[in-house]
Design a protein around this ligand. Structure first.
Ligand code: TYD
Length: 211
């Protein structure tokens, strides 16, 4: 049986990486093979594109070039890592996936959802996760976490205006409300273990399908 594909989404500092690791441990404890990966990145080529995106040369990328680079990184990641893993029965947990492009480039970057989904169709055959977990964290808590994590050292996208990041958050909420079967919105406030318990609740259906 093929593996399941779970993506974590949300703004910067929402706790996606921590929760991806906690979920992987919980699934491995149930005897599953799990591959934890991230975007942009996850393969040698996609990690090289990540550097171009987060630490861009010269004056940086225009909106279209940026969206194409994310889609190119994703195409390599899907073809060389995600699809083979799923085909071999491995569960894949990805820290960000195409819904980040929809929220950042499509929403906040104003390219629109059709452009991003077309690129995704061309680059990655339109692959969707079985479930996208959207972690929602209060703005004040996010600001504290980010100050502790990044200080003044945020990357080219993380360092964009508050307005841009608010627009990303609105776009994520709108995607989740229009696609309730695709998204599980999980309250990311509180202790990591409490958030983890909520996530286990959200993926219970996927585990059951397997049995
Ligand atoms: P990263 O450090 O991995 O994210 P986080 O700050 O959540 O830990 O940086 C990835 C950055 O790239 C982040 O600002 C979100 C952005 N991004 C996009 O704009 N579009 C995308 O499709 C993806 C995958 C990420």
């Amino acid at each position: 049986m093929s593996g399941r594909f779970i993506a974590f989404e949300g703004g910067e500092g929402a706790g996606k990486s921590t929760q991806a690791q906690l979920l992987a441990e919980a699934l491995r404890a149930r005897g599953l093979e799990v591959d934890v990966t991230r975007e942009p990145g996850g393969t040698a080529g996609a990690e090289a594109i990540r550097t171009l995106l987060l630490d861009p040369p010269g004056t940086g990328w225009g909106a279209q070039a940026e969206a194409l680079l994310f889609a190119a990184a994703r195409a390599d990641h899907v073809a060389r890592r995600i699809k083979p893993a799923l085909a071999s029965g491995t569960w894949v947990i990805c820290d960000r996936f195409v819904d980040s492009s929809r929220a950042y480039q499509g929403g906040a970057g104003k390219l629109g959802d059709d452009a991003i989904t077309s690129l995704h169709k061309f680059g990655s055959g339109g692959l969707r996760p079985d479930l996208t977990i959207l972690l929602e964290v209060d703005e004040a808590r996010l600001a504290r976490r980010l100050a502790a994590r990044d200080g003044t050292q945020s990357d080219a996208i993380g360092g964009r205006s508050e307005e841009y990041h608010r627009s990303v958050a609105d776009a994520f909420r709108s995607l989740a409300s229009h696609e309730p079967d695709q998204f599980a919105v999980v309250d990311g406030n509180g202790e990591p273990n409490d958030v983890h318990t909520r996530i286990l609740g959200a993926i219970a259906g996927l585990l059951k399908e397997r049995n």
